[in-house]
Design a protein around this ligand. Sequence first.
Ligand SMILES: [Zn+2]
Ligand SMILES: [Zn+2]
Length: 484
Amino acid sequence: MKWPLSKKMETFVLKCIIHNDEQLTRYCADHSQLCCSKCVELNHSQCSKVTPISELTNSQPTDLQGLSVELETVMGGIKSLQINQEASVQSLQRTYKEHGAVMIEQLHGNLNTNIDKCCNSSVSTSDKNLKEEMCWSVLSILNEFDSITVKELNEIKDEVISIKGSVTSSIHKCTSLHNDLLQLLEIVQKIGDNKELCLIASIKCKHIIQQALTLLGKSGKVFKVQGKSEHNVRVPSDSVSCDISGICVLPDGQVLVADWTNKNVKLLNQQYQVVSHLDVNARPFDICLITPSEVAVTVNASNIHEVQFITVNQGKLVPGRKFQLQHECRGIDHHQGDLFVISSEELYKYTLNGKQVCSLYRSFDGTVWKCAVSPTGDRLYIISYWQNKLLTLARDGTLLATYTVPALVGPHGLHVTPAGQVLVCGYHSDTVQQVGWEGQSKLATLATKRHGVWGPFSVCYSSTTSSIIVGQWWGDNILVFRVE
Ligand SMILES: [Zn+2]
Ligand SMILES: [Zn+2]
């Protein structure tokens, strides 16, 4: 650790990230970016505050000590994220194996019952008839097993493969970011007192810490609304006005909306036009992404409580498997194979094959309607409709924070972006707001009645189009706010 900064590391600090053979010489305050001469020429020629780094060394503080502590903190966060992700992969594989075993057990059970039945009724039938009858029932049980069970198993297998793929790529991202952080930490600890070098290193540190926080779902970046558009999502078969109770966006930019009153789910293309719709058994309450081409929807009535899987296949909605719940179901969210389902009073964790793992939280006011999980799975958010509250829970259900968002009345929509920004919308206050990831501070009011928000019922962020989509009660139009 006592060795001074090597020439190689000094070159690494001074190197432009975009133009590898150029040295950083300037700083653009408009973009808060370090620039080489090529950067300035190509991207910052119009910028008003581009200054040589040498002129900034006295005015810009470089708290390298503080930054090195921050670097170590985010590195710790990334390490534990990696460990959790590896555990997710293990548990996914377990779910798949278990489901196969349960299915085969069911098959055995069915066959045995049938054989018993045949044996018991053998008094009145001849041996030949009995044999034939048995063969037929065994065959029909096997056929049914083939068509239904194999389809279901394949569905889960595809999900496991897809989720495992995305977790693995996220683990790789963690590893590479961790390496970069480690390198910068070493540099910061050895850098000496060359002022220019220190300044460049400190700016690079701040950038990479921001990147790490985004990956950890702890970005504090506040959205700025740039523009708005409205899109009609009513289809001719809808008997009444739409009530969009849930929205979810596929990575390719297609959008799915759950229409509560018309009891269907609609698929919108990238231009927000309805291209397909699918009727469900009862009122759909919420919808969440499982894989890039599959969603899960909670469907609820007094005697129906189910989670319906739906696949998007070439612009069409195709119903997949569903599983029944022993309780009312409202909000739903998904994280790496864990399904979180909320009734009006209790939050449960399920596996993808519908096995209840545990109850995570119980509210006694009976109005917790929607839940959302943070991008890393370490925090769960719940909104309480009548109490105007946002609750933040730890992974194990421990209550971390209870927050009454100012000027938010009747929170009904809740969504967490991939960077961890928390969006809530107030049905009675006609507002869409952004709350900090800790669930303890309001960061911004993004849209109000003035922007056409009227009874917002659901909210979702699309990374693909960089926009916030709002569904409304008794409104055929969804609102799309372009944000930065
Ligand atoms: Zn450059
Ligand atoms: Zn610039």
